[in-house]
Design a protein around this ligand. Structure first.
Ligand code: UDP
Length: 429
């Protein structure tokens, strides 16, 4: 199949960890790579956000990234991109009139809008993955939500007009039904995890050269992670790890508050701007103030953005991974933690309800409850056997259910269904 993936703000080749670059970039990159490996011709359309990026580039994994001129060729916050979507869809319409893809898969609501406009009257089926929903964001952020006001109405329109919706977790289907998606229009296909990168740490003394190199690199680049992949010497504090974009809703401040009630533990926070730009970041300043106020400033280490390839070493170095967002469309980080055989404490929201099995791969706590989180963390840190059991079960679960191969095979089935439907409709005409 000729497959067009449309991802207006999330470029699969971008560095992740910043405010607008995270799970969607990883998702689109992994899906494009796996579809290419299966023999499909995949083009990812993403907005040009640098003047010198080439019109087209072939990624090492075999898919093509096309940089669409729409708006200024500089970084623009995603909540300010809507006015440029007309130009984006005009570009797509032109490209697809010359070389129509068999199927379009739009990622995020603005990509859906641009794709639907560009594919109108062509018969090209459009599949939509929202990644996040405006109605949920509005519920949690209220007046601080910076999304364009039309977002919710556009999402309501999309879930009626596209050929199929791919939701990433069960909770999302409920949200979509509540905004008017007709029954039977969505399939649940989770995000995946790169199992060749995210693996359990090898037992001591059995490291292969790649693991040693990874650990050394992790240790050099991020000095607080001095024992990447290795048990720490007795008496060193236990390490908790949070990974993600530094946005308020990720609940990092809740973990900092909880730390005040978890003695002898340190908190590593991976994500945000590059390490040398940490001091300029308002969310970093806020988190530092929260930590100082809670009396744990010396036990909180902000690492800044960590190269994705270095993430396994960071996971291996910690005792427990904490992911307690206020809401979460899916959450790839808990899967990465599980694949690395780390126990996870997650909040009972969104995709974490599907991925984390309480009492088996980790523990689940209500969001925004640092007191409950602290209780659970104290119990877990005091019980290394339970940590090891959760880690092993998490790694088995990630391998069984969340490989990108499995996720892509399910996505391919959706493409086959919508393209067969178009064919049947054309014959009937
Ligand atoms: N990530 C990274 N470096 C960082 C911070 C995050 O590589 O410094 C990656 C992380 O490993 C994960 C992704 O960014 O693959 C975050 O995805 P998730 O779905 O958890 O959150 P989102 O960004 O979509 O809200």
């Amino acid at each position: 199949m000729r497959i067009a993936l449309v991802s207006e703000h999330a470029n699969p080749l971008a560095a992740v960890g910043g405010v607008d670059a995270g799970g969607q970039n990883i998702h689109v990159a992994a899906l494009a790579a796996e579809l290419s490996r299966l023999g499909h011709a995949v083009t990812v359309y993403t907005r040009r956000d640098a003047p010198n990026s080439p019109d087209q580039v072939t990624a090492p994994d075999g898919y093509v990234v096309e940089h669409v001129p729409a708006g200024p060729p500089t970084e623009v916050p995603k909540d300010e991109l809507l006015p440029h979507m007309l130009a984006f869809s005009g570009y797509l319409a032109d490209r697809w009139s010359r070389e129509p893809p068999d199927v379009v898969h739009a990622h995020f609501w603005m990509s859906g809008l641009a794709s639907l406009r560009a594919a109108a009257r062509t018969g090209i089926p459009v599949v939509q993955t929202f990644h996040a929903l405006g109605v949920v964001k509005r519920r949690h952020q209220g007046p601080r939500d910076t999304s364009p006001r039309s977002r919710i109405a556009v999402e309501e329109m999309l879930c009626r007009k596209v050929d199929h919706v791919i939701a990433t977790c069960d909770e999302e289907v409920g949200e979509l039904r509540a905004i008017g998606m007709p029954p039977g229009r969505a399939s649940v296909i989770p995000c995946g995890v790169d199992l060749s990168l995210f693996r359990p740490a090898p037992p001591r003394g059995r490291e292969d050269r790649r693991d040693e190199a990874d650990a050394r690199r992790g240790a050099q680049s991020y000095p607080t992670i001095f024992t990447a992949g290795q048990p720490r010497p007795n008496g060193t504090p236990r390490q908790l790890l949070v990974v993600g974009r530094l946005v308020e809703r990720k609940g990092v401040a809740d973990v900092v508050h909880a730390l005040a009630e978890v003695p002898d533990a340190e908190l590593l926070i991976a994500g945000g701007p590059a390490p040398d730009a940490l001091d300029l970041d308002p969310e970093v300043t806020r988190l530092r103030a929260v930590a100082d106020h809670a009396g744990v400033g010396e036990r909180v280490h902000l690492l800044g953005r960590v190269e994705h390839a270095d993430m396994p070493a960071v996971f291996h170095s910690c005792d427990v991974v904490v992911a307690v967002p206020w809401y979460e469309p899916f959450g790839i980080v808990p899967l990465e933690a599980m694949a690395c055989a780390r126990p996870i404490v997650g909040s009972a929201v969104g995709g974490l309800l599907d991925t984390v099995v309480p009492g088996v791969t980790g523990e689940v706590v209500p969001p925004r409850r640092p007191d409950v989180l602290a209780d659970v963390l104290r119990g877990l840190l005091a019980d290394p056997d339970r940590c090891a059991r959760y880690g092993a079960a998490g790694s088995a679960r990630a391998r069984r259910l969340y490989s990108w191969q499995r996720v892509t095979a399910k996505t391919e089935q959706v493409y086959a269904q919508v393209t067969a439907h178009v064919g049947a409709g054309m014959e009937a005409r």
